[in-house]
Design a protein around this ligand. Structure first.
Ligand code: IDP
Length: 161
């Protein structure tokens, strides 16, 4: 039965999505999940947690010198967030397109940020920006055994034979 579980490598690309604390407070978690499910991506890990500074310092290591970093840290630790790993063909690139521009005002309608957020400082979701970043970020947020490999019954209908 294991043969069925092993999708080809190009279908196993993974990305980290965080549903940020503003979105949890605003009861948008289901809506965000639904968009990725509906697209056809496969959920392989998910948890609700309260992030601490140590984790965020690693996650946002490129931004630690930015003037807005203290505010970003306060926002990201203000309440629980939902961390998820989604898998599928070109999932990193597709997810970034679905999330929309960092600046909510520039995010296209139809994107998550374009539909649900008003300001860069409360922009609802995070999504990894490259396959390499995703690999690193997933390692910050999840233990290896928290990722579940499972056979997706609709694979032929989603990707073709
Ligand atoms: P991204 O989330 O679209 O990848 P990054 O530039 O990596 O964008 O920034 C990470 C996060 O930092 C943003 O999603 C946003 O929450 C926050 N951020 C970025 N720029 C600003 C800013 O100018 N003011 C406040 N927060 C910002």
């Amino acid at each position: 039965w294991l043969c069925g579980v092993l999708a080809p490598p190009e279908l196993q690309e993974k990305t980290l999505v965080l549903v940020k604390p503003d979105a949890v407070q605003r009861r948008l978690v289901g809506n965000v999940i639904q968009r990725f499910e509906r697209r056809g991506f496969k959920l392989v890990a998910m948890k609700l947690l309260q992030a601490d500074q140590g984790l965020l310092d690693k996650h946002y290591q490129q931004l630690r010198q930015k003037p807005f970093y203290p505010a970003l840290l306060a926002y990201m630790t203000s309440g629980p967030l939902v961390a998820m790993v989604w898998e599928g063909y070109n999932v990193v690139r597709s997810t970034r397109a679905m999330v929309g521009d960092t600046d909510s005002a520039a995010a296209a309608a139809g994107t998550i940020r374009g539909d649900f957020s008003m300001h860069v400082s409360r922009n609802v979701v995070h999504a990894s920006d490259s396959v390499e970043t995703a690999r690193r970020e997933i390692g910050f947020w999840f233990q290896r055994d928290e990722l579940v490999a499972w056979e997706s019954g609709d694979q032929d209908y989603t990707y073709g034979p």
